[in-house]
Design a protein around this ligand. Structure first.
Ligand code: CAA
Length: 706
């Protein structure tokens, strides 16, 4: 038997322990090990029942996700867990699954093949496969509805979220919660049921009766709305519907067909890329292994505006006391009011108790002075995006902050080194760029200055995790990863309207591509005034004669800043409902006319290609410059910070799936038409396309680069 699985005996109960760290995935050797242990236990006349349990922190986190890529590339045969699960279910001796941590995906499928399931109080069970673009592939869609009922199986297999032990028992997925030692409890439970007829999940058909077809239609409508663009949730619904129409064996065949269809899809490749990407971004090549993050026990923030307030909520949510300083009482009151309001809305939705809200509010100390800043382990500046102001603040903070405190700036574009240079401790200065609304958005862009110390980088990354964010490390340049790439994206969106597309067409084309919002709708939401300020500050850096978007500045000159003023690219009523703005359309047309821009019909395909290839070309330069460590860091940034569709895997992965030679050819077309200043292909893109490589293979630390 493989060491991955151990067989031991507790009197007349055999205990099979899965020991495949870190999460007991069903890697090659694990199913075989369980099967062989089962055979020994069944053959042993002393054994009356079998307990299957996980070593370490969890039961089984599912199939080994690393294997899927090998199956798709033909390197490994397809997964065939079904016969192994049937063998468990057909065991003449009862099999009790003892679950702690998680039973996810294939883990829950193994558990459901057992005759009984007992759970540790904090255990969770779920079918998260849709989050990887696939569906359960080992009869999960056939056994789960038999235990939990069809409506709950539909919910669990389409949203992919796990449920807690108490709910699992209430639904009938599990039989009992064991307080105290799980193995001991499972072994005594096994003795109670030994010798009695053991229920086989696949024969429990009661919950499959009289299911209305309307249930599946409603589930499909909901999945199309909630998981826009995703195919896997729809496939999961089809497979569950099959459980109500076909016998178990035929249902499994249908599930296998749908599973394979999903596994070989670009959607699955993209989502699996992101699963590993989310974990890869936390790993920083070159950071010494023995670097320990500093302890962050107290925080302080400069600014109680939209960003400062949102950041303060992150600290309070993580249980870290935080001071929020403003210059004027009125601004402070407004900021605290917004924080209170945000929490109150969450309480009203039932997602937070009043008591928890009160505790979090009590952790936030609003004030007009620097009192207590000398005790803060990290001070985050979230003031207006203005270099002179930021320098003034950092010079003050340098005098007040204790030695060893981190000084972080929430700047979204400005030079971290220039800010750090006004302090006597540039090694302690770092960028922590939160995304608006900071209490909601998952991304934290950590910006490394040239002097930022390894401890400070490690602390900022670890802090991101503590605050519930996905932290991505970026190098220092104008706009870092995210906003630097956004420039060509927004630029092209605006050029396209000048050339004849309507605002609505541009927004809709990008929404249909899968973006959370169209680019001009985002501009309206974020406020055009911010970009206006940045453009004014950077005017000297723009090459004379370079084509620049013309309309945004004119809208700003008229005080049209977007949703907050009710007008800009679109019109907004009091409820912020959007409608086309004929005055903006006229302004665009007259501006284009005056500038001699030829107006024409523009296809949705051109809109998508120009916006997305603008992103990708700049992304290639960012990789080349070492501003992003890997292509996946850019992908994660765009998915969690900018609403890029996860099922496309991020902009760089999307380019890989389109094919870099094809992307390059289109960029060269744009270069011919719109000029090299705007569209010269990035050298890295040319090089990778010529070498038949992909962005995801590029590792600057290992290659000399083009
Ligand atoms: N396969 C392979 N590796 C896995 C894995 C899996 N199913 N689940 C986790 N890992 C790896 C992670 O990549 C990570 O590796 P590194 O340390 O090298 O980065 C390590 O295990 C620890 O994982 P986390 O950092 O995520 O640890 P966590 O404690 O925060 O979370 C978890 C643990 C909740 C189990 C989380 O890892 C998770 O959700 N895993 C995926 C579960 C899943 O999707 N299962 C379904 C698989 S598909 C399937 O089972 C199909 C089928 O029907 C047969």
């Amino acid at each position: 038997m493989a060491e991955l699985v151990r067989l031991s005996h507790h009197g007349d109960v055999a205990v099979i322990t899965i020991d495949n760290p870190p999460v007991n995935a069903l890697s090659p050797g694990v199913p075989e090990g369980i099967e062989s242990a089962m055979q020994q236990a069944v053959a042993d006349p002393q054994v009356r029942a079998v307990v299957i349990i996980g070593a370490g922190s969890t039961f089984i986190a599912g199939a080994d996700i690393r294997e899927f890529g090998k199956i798709v590339s033909g390197e490994r045969p397809k997964l065939t867990l079904l016969p192994f699960l049937l063998a468990i279910e057909d065991s003449p001796k009862p099999v009790i699954m003892a679950i702690h941590g998680q039973a996810l995906g294939g883990g829950l499928e193994v558990a459901m093949a057992g005759h009984y399931r007992v759970l540790a109080p904090k255990a969770q069970v779920g079918q998260p496969e849709v989050k990887l673009g696939i569906i359960p592939g080992a009869a999960g869609t056939q056994r789960l509805p038999r235990l939990a009922g069809v409506p709950k199986a539909l919910e669990m297999c389409t949203d992919g979220n796990p449920i807690k032990a108490q709910e699992a028992v209430a639904l009938g997925i599990a039989d009992k919660i064991i307080d105290g030692d799980l193995l001991e409890g499972a072994v005594s439970f096994a003795r109670e049921v030994a010798g009695k007829p053991a229920p086989k999940t696949r024969e429990r058909n009661e919950k499959l009766q009289a299911v209305s077809p309307a249930l599946f239609q409603a589930a499909r409508a909901q999945a199309r709305q909630k998981s826009r663009g995703l195919h896997a949730p729809l496939a999961a619904i089809d497979a569950i519907e099959a459980s109500t129409k076909l016998d178990f064996a035929a249902g499994c065949e249908e599930e296998a067909r749908l599973f394979n269809e999903c596994l070989f899809s670009t959607e699955a490749q993209a989502l699996i890329h992101l699963f590993f990407g989310e974990r890869a971004v936390a790993k920083i090549p070159g950071l010494p292994k023995d670097v320990k993050p500093l302890d962050i026990r107290r925080a302080a923030i400069i600014g109680a505006g939209t960003m400062g307030g949102g950041i303060a909520m992150n600290y309070a949510n993580a249980g870290i006391p935080v001071i929020v300083k403003e210059v004027k009482q009125e601004a402070l009151d407004r900021g605290v009011g917004i924080i209170r309001n945000n929490y109150a809305k969450t309480v009203a939705k039932g997602r937070l108790t009043q008591e928890a809200m009160d505790q979090r509010m009590a952790l936030i100390a609003p004030q007009l002075t620097y009192d207590g800043f000398d005790h803060a382990d990290i001070i985050t500046e979230a003031a207006f995006e203005n270099m002179a102001l930021k320098k003034q603040i950092f010079a003050e903070l340098d005098k007040i902050a204790k030695p060893g405190a981190i000084l972080a700036t929430n700047t979204s574009t400005l030079d971290i080194d220039e800010i750090a240079a006004v302090t006597s401790r540039p090694a302690m200065v770092v960028g922590t760029h939160f995304f608006s609304p900071a209490n909601v958005m998952k991304l934290l862009e950590v910006v490394r200055g040239k002097a930022s110390s390894p401890e400070v980088i490690a602390t900022a990354m670890a802090l991101g995790k503590k605050l519930g964010k996905i932290a991505v490390l970026a190098g220092n340049c104008h706009g870092f990863i995210g906003n630097r790439m956004l420039e060509p994206y927004f630029r092209e969106a605006q050029f396209l309207v000048e050339e004849g597309a309507s605002v609505e067409q541009v927004n809709q084309a990008m929404y249909d591509f899968g973006m959370a919002m169209g680019p001009l709708a985002v501009d309206d939401l974020a406020g055009l005034d911010i970009g206006w300020l940045i453009r004014k500050a950077r005017a000297a850096h723009i090459k004379p004669g370079l084509r620049v978007p013309l309309v945004a500045d004119k809208l700003c000159e008229q005080g049209r800043f977007g949703q907050k003023t009710g007008r800009a690219w679109s019109k907004y009523d009091q409820n912020r409902t959007q409608s086309p703005d004929p005055e903006t359309a006229a302004l665009i047309e007259s501006t284009a006319h005056a500038a001699g821009i030829e107006r024409r019909q523009i296809s949705n395909e051109e809109i998508v290609d120009r916006c997305v290839y603008g992103l990708i070309n700049e992304g290639a330069r960012i990789l080349e410059d070492g501003i992003a460590q890997r292509a996946v860091d850019i992908d994660i940034t765009y998915i969690y910070g900018y609403g890029f569709p996860a099922w496309r895997g991020g902009p760089m992965f999307y380019a890989d799936t389109v094919g870099l030679p094809k992307v390059l050819a289109r960029i060269e077309e744009f270069e011919k038409k719109h000029g090299s200043d705007l569209w010269a292909p990035a050298p890295l893109l040319k090089q990778l396309a010529a070498d038949g490589k992909k962005f995801k293979d590029f590792d600057k630390s290992k290659e000399a680069g083009p």
